[in-house]
Every structure is written in structure tokens, then in C-alpha cells.
Ligand binder design. Structure first.
Ligand SMILES: C[S@@+](CC[C@H](N)C(=O)[O-])C[C@H]1O[C@@H](n2cnc3c(N)ncnc32)[C@H](O)[C@@H]1O
Length: 243
């Protein structure tokens, strides 16, 4: 193996990550955002924090709808990329979501499984405490997570996904409470290995986390059309939170 990158967050910065997930791209993200802002009745003058914004696809779309948006992510590369889309109402910052932020916003969106990366549950709770601290009194937060019950029940242990003539050889397993995806591919004679590792946080565990962070769960949805959550059948676990 010539190039082995095992730390998950390096994976998010690669073009390979975006190639593999290209079918879950902007159209889906934009439909979800529209459904959310309509449901939440967010006034256009609101400021929204896109927490763990990656390259900023949700931030950019929210800003195009008229909102003032701050996108924050740990990855300097992603923020550097996102910055090219910045304007007076769209700012990006490098920030670890576990560390205190010095901002107040009307809404916080944490999208597309951008949670559950940390070994220590206290780190997950720190993120939620930051959220509680950053939303205004009547503010709202959205956590868009996978439905781990369904993922684990239907775990495809091994498959090859082909995108843009690249074969992504994917192996999945659940170990020590984490759903791990090992991804191997070969490109132009070079071998690559990446890993995604996300904690199996189910609704019960989120409820306990939210209690620790003084957040209330007001609504629970199961997909991007905001259908009711069903732990057996829903693809997503989408939480609408407030103080
Ligand atoms: C699955 S990607 C999703 C990105 C974006 N929300 C989207 O939907 O395109 C997860 C993101 O979380 C970021 N991330 C991981 N750990 C983080 C941390 N401690 N603080 C802030 N961002 C983090 C990664 O850099 C990555 O951009």
C-alpha cells in the first residue's frame, strides 16, 4: 500500500469522497434545506450557523435564499475552498465544534452526519453544549444524523461502488459502538485506503446527550421530506432542538 490515510477527516477533504457521494449531492441538500426553513418558518433576516459545513454546500444555498450564514469546519482545506463563495452575509471559519465559539445565532444546522466522530461521549456532549450556548433564546438547532438502527440492521458488509471509472471497494463493520467503513481504491497505479468511522448514536442516546446539554427535542423526522421517524425504516434521524 503506497498511501494509507487512516484518520477519517482526511477522507472528507479528498476529491474521492466527493466522487463517491456525488449522487447525494446538491439537489438533495437543497430540497432538505427548503423543507427545513419552511417548516421552521425561519425569517429571512435570521443568521444561521452551518456547523461542520465542509466545503459549504448548505451554507452557500442558505445564503442564496437570503439568510446571513456562518459556516464552520475543522478542515482548513475545506474552509479555504468555501471562502471563494464568501460575501458580506456569508462567512466561513476554521473551528473545532467541541471548542467554545463566541457567536450567537438564530439557528444551527449540523448536516449530513457531521456528528459522532469522537471516542469520548463527553466530546459529543461538548458539541451540543456549544450549540445550546450559541443559539438565541428562541433559537433552533437541527441535527441530521443517520438512523443507526437501520444502518446496522441492513449493513452491507462488502461491496464495490463504481463512480467516474473508479472502483471503491467498501467494507463495513460495527465495532465498539462505531460503524466503520473501510474504503480501498486504486487510481492511476496508486493504492489508497480511507476510513469513515461514526458512532452508533441512536435516538435514546441522543435523548440522554440532549438532557446533559439542556436541549429539548421538539420534533423527530426520518428523512429529507420531514416524514415521521420510524426506527426500523427511516433512513435518517433528524432532530429539531431548542433550549
Ligand atoms: C460528512 S462531512 C459533511 C460536511 C457538510 N456538512 C456537508 O454536508 O457537505 C463532515 C464534516 O465534519 C467536519 N468535522 C469533523 N470533525 C470536526 C470538528 N471537530 N469540528 C468541526 N468540524 C469537524 C469534517 O471536516 C467534515 O467537513
Amino acid at each position: 500500500m503506497e498511501d494509507t490515510k487512516t484518520w477519517f477527516s482526511e477522507w472528507f477533504n479528498t476529491t474521492y469522497y466527493h466522487t463517491l457521494y456525488k449522487n447525494r449531492d446538491n439537489a438533495e441538500a437543497q430540497k432538505f434545506i427548503k423543507n427545513l426553513v419552511t417548516f421552521l418558518k425561519l425569517p429571512i433576516e435570521n443568521t444561521i450557523l452551518d456547523l461542520a459545513c465542509g466545503k459549504g454546500r448548505h451554507s452557500i444555498f442558505l445564503n442564496s435564499l437570503g439568510y446571513t450564514v456562518i459556516g464552520a469546519d475543522l478542515s482548513e482545506n475545506s474552509i479555504e475552498y468555501a471562502n471563494q463563495f464568501g460575501n458580506s452575509n456569508l462567512k466561513f471559519m476554521v473551528q473545532d465544534m467541541r471548542k467554545p465559539f463566541n457567536i450567537k445565532v438564530d439557528a444551527i444546522f449540523n448536516m449530513f452526519t457531521s456528528f459522532g466522530y469522537f471516542d469520548d461521549d463527553n466530546d459529543d456532549i461538548k458539541v451540543l453544549k456549544n450549540i445550546e450556548n450559541m443559539i438565541a433564546t428562541n433559537g433552533v438547532a437541527v441535527i441530521d444524523y443517520m438512523n443507526v438502527n437501520k444502518v446496522i440492521k441492513n449493513l452491507v458488509k462488502s461491496e464495490t461502488v463504481t463512480r467516474d471509472n473508479l472502483d471503491f471497494k467498501i467494507k463495513r463493520h460495527v465495532t465498539n459502538g462505531f460503524i466503520t467503513k473501510d474504503i480501498d481504491l486504486s487510481d492511476q497505479g496508486k493504492e489508497y485506503h480511507f476510513q469513515e468511522r461514526v458512532k452508533a448514536i441512536d435516538l435514546e442516546k441522543f435523548k440522554s446527550y440532549c438532557t446533559h446539554a439542556n436541549l429539548k427535542i421538539n420534533h423527530i423526522f426520518g428523512d429529507y421530506n420531514l416524514s415521521e421517524f420510524d426506527s426500523e425504516t427511516s433512513d435518517r434521524l433528524i432532530l429539531i432542538l431548542s433550549k
